[in-house]
Design a binder for this molecule. Structure first.
Ligand code: PGA
Length: 248
């Protein structure tokens, strides 16, 4: 049985004081062991949020990382730096990073491997554009992203550490959600790709989230689909809606 994982991606929102205030306000209501709950604030707030959720079941996530260990990389953050403040998960290859910061599958792969070296779980994002869906290229596009982003990652990590997030770009921040059937169809397809890359047993163990305009009104239906193992939540993770989603 795959445990659901619900992660809140705050993106570039909330300064540290507001971040602390919000987490203090909701933490008791999202502190559960029925699902894995992850909060992904901005880098600047990680340390303080880490202290705040210490002793709860809530996990800490980062939104990005760099794949080198240290050195002259102005503005970048290493995996060791994340580990030192208690980060358990890190989003890699979010479509906004692919779009605005030119992240490729190869870069995403390097980041995911580096995170695994330090025992941090990568949440690897994949998803097609509206144009690609309209041209019926979505399966081809997502398959390539999955294969290249997970290149040379061992079976054990896929089963126990890696989380894949299917986020159709046309559904992110637009209020347009994929139907639960569309989301499930792609998550199932990703599972088939994993089965071909590894084996069926691994495919049954890997956790695959859906992301893109998840809100309290659609969370239950989405999270009850056969191949969807959780949600990556953007906008709705900044409000009490996140509590409702976690308690779907
Ligand atoms: P959204 O964002 O929930 O605001 O659509 C999802 C995401 O980008 O992870």
């Amino acid at each position: 049985m795959r445990k659901k994982i619900i992660a809140g991606n705050w993106k570039m929102n909330y300064c540290v004081n507001k971040a602390e205030e919000f987490v203090s306000q909701i933490k008791d209501t999202i502190n559960t062991d029925e699902v894995d709950v992850v909060i992904c604030p901005n880098f600047v707030s990680l340390d303080r949020i880490s202290d705040l959720i210490d002793g709860t079941n809530i996990k800490l996530g980062a939104q990005n990382v760099f794949y080198e260990d240290k050195g002259a990389y102005t503005g970048e953050t290493s995996v060791n730096m994340l580990a030192a403040v208690g980060v358990n998960y890190c989003i890699v290859g979010h479509s906004e990073r692919r779009q605005y910061f030119n992240e490729t599958n190869e870069i995403v792969n390097k980041k995911a491997k580096k995170l695994l070296e330090k025992d941090i779980s990568p949440i690897v994002c994949v998803g097609e554009t509206l144009e690609e869906r309209e041209e019926s290229k979505m399966f081809e596009v997502v398959e390539k992203q999955v294969k290249e982003s997970l290149n040379e990652i061992d079976k054990n990590s896929i089963e126990n550490k890696v989380v894949i997030a299917y986020e159709p770009i046309w559904a992110i921040g637009t209020g347009k959600t994929a139907t639960a059937e569309q989301a499930n169809e792609m998550c199932k397809y990703i599972r088939d790709v994993i089965s071909k890359m590894y084996d069926e047993d691994t495919a049954q163990k890997v956790r695959i989230q859906y992301g893109g305009s998840v809100k309290p009104s659609n969370a239950n239906e989405i999270l009850n689909m056969s191949d969807i193992d959780g949600a990556l939540v953007g906008g709705a993770s900044l409000t009490n809606d996140f509590v409702a989603i976690v308690n779907y």
